[in-house]
Design a protein around this ligand. Structure first.
Ligand code: ADP
Ligand code: MG
Length: 248
């Protein structure tokens, strides 16, 4: 699904990722934890194709295609989804128009039968029902006037509708109450299958208890320095990053 080899990323002459490696197979859930400013969001932005970053070295393959040659919109149509740590508002664009056009573009890219409004309505209504979304959701503008937690649920709902192959969720659990966290985890668990992969960036164990990742990685000092299972989190909770890694 994803192969990152020896990636070097810098911005404004500051090196953020260095000798960074990560491989994700289809069907796997990977979690990345790391201190503030360690480059977790940078990683997700680089995968999304944000242009500000300088990639001086390394390779990224998505479904065996060279990702670095693809524009952001092609990456999205190919099946990469990145949720925002801070979801943005798009006044004037309703959730309905946003989702219909996004899904239509993805389906067109896959050279499938063009999505008509009728089929779209059936898909969207079914998914809204699963999440008990209120009826006026589709008429509201993208993220405008939603609370911080609601925006995060919106982002996950977009993912649910667009059905990407690789779901990258950047601190999707930060700022969520228990009920919202359960909704987000529920969607991830519904979407989880042998073909789809997840990369979950988080600071907290709670979401990982719900979704049970296959691997947990620690990003520290510009690269992944440890990978493992829930034991890693226990160590982290006992000692903190600095204490655990540097013995302080
Ligand atoms: P994390 O998500 O792990 O908290 P980020 O990826 O957001 O970390 O940021 C990694 C580092 O890159 C931080 O030290 C941040 O200040 C720095 N950084 C991000 N964007 C810029 C920029 N435009 N100019 C300079 N430094 C930046
Ligand atoms: Mg971040």
């Amino acid at each position: 699904m994803l192969k990152i080899k020896n990636l070097h990323v810098d911005i404004n002459n500051k090196v953020i990722l260095n000798k960074f490696y990560l491989s994700i197979n289809p069907g796997e859930i990977h979690a990345i934890m790391g201190p503030n400013g360690s480059g977790k969001s940078t990683l997700s932005y680089v995968l999304a194709g944000k242009t500000e970053y300088n990639i001086s070295k390394g390779e990224i393959y998505f479904k065996n295609k060279n990702l670095l040659y693809m524009k952001p919109e092609i990456r999205a149509r190919e099946g990469i989804f990145v949720s925002f740590q801070y979801p943005i508002e798009i006044p004037g664009v309703s959730n309905d128009i946003f989702l219909y056009n996004s899904l239509k573009a993805i389906i067109k890219h896959k050279k499938k039968k063009e999505l008509d409004r009728f089929t779209y309505k059936k898909i969207i209504n079914k998914k809204m029902k699963i999440l008990e979304k209120s009826k006026n959701f589709l008429q509201r503008f993208v993220n405008v006037g939603f609370s911080g937690g609601e925006k995060k649920i919106n982002d996950v709902f977009y993912m649910f509708v667009l059905e990407p192959d690789l779901c990258i969720l950047d601190e999707i659990d930060s700022g969520l109450d228990i009920d919202a966290l359960k909704i987000v985890s529920k969607i991830i668990n519904i979407m989880k299958n042998e073909k789809r992969s997840f990369l979950i960036i988080t600071h907290y164990r709670r979401i990982l208890d719900y979704i049970n990742p296959d691997y947990i990685h620690i990003l520290y000092n510009k690269r992944i320095i440890k990978s493992g299972n829930f034991n890693i989190i226990s160590q982290l909770e006992n000692h903190g990053y600095d204490g655990w890694i540097n013995g302080k």
